[in-house]
Design a protein around this ligand. Sequence first.
Ligand code: ZN
Length: 254
Amino acid sequence: MSSIVKTEAIVVATAKWRDSSRMVQLFTRDHGYMKVIARGAFRPKSPFRGVLETMNHIEVIAAYKDGRAFQTLTSASLINSYHRIREDLQYTAVAFSTLELVQELLPVHEPVPDFFQYTTDLLEKLDALGPDNPKLYLWHYMLQLSETLGFGWVLSHCANCKNEPAAFPLVLDMENGGCRCANCNNTFSRNAVRLNRNQWEQLSGLATATVADLQAFKPELLETIRPDLTDILLRHITYHTETRISLKSLKWYM
Ligand SMILES: [Zn+2]
């Protein structure tokens, strides 16, 4: 089946394609992750010029055909280029990291419109607020993404006794994305991630927070968790998706 689709999208990545065209990976609102070809995008007078930069929020019209690896982009217009994010290395690192996660993990042509809306909300907050700890936004994104992919964390109660944790430290199960209270876990292994009450309250609060809540969060406690929370969340994602993700953007910019 072929059709013309019009949808909002975030530019996830782009690359040169043959002589003057561009291959663009998009996270779209209505069709999920998809790859399109923008013909002639590198020609001087192309209407695509300046629109298809990575991270731009755009509106696209594409000729869509089932089963085709690359759809054909027919027009694109800019909604938001998040220029304040681009002026700051740390915000850029976080924003590009979210795009890396999308690129690696979202299945092709499977719409997740709520997660798309959340992604643009989060980028807008980063762009507008210039928050003190942009990494908090990355952690939130990773928690939301694992939820969207169907293997979210359960931090509100102990995986064994099912009670709200009363005995600390808790032990995090990085593979299953849960926790065990101290009563249910008396065999701490050397590699176990332990959380005290304050750390647990912050982390379980983060998992259920909305983007709007993040401004009021204090990330200092989460930064005391060892290993680093980014590594914990990545390990959980890798375990469930069998995809090793390095978040190159964090290494380059932070
Ligand atoms: Zn328990």
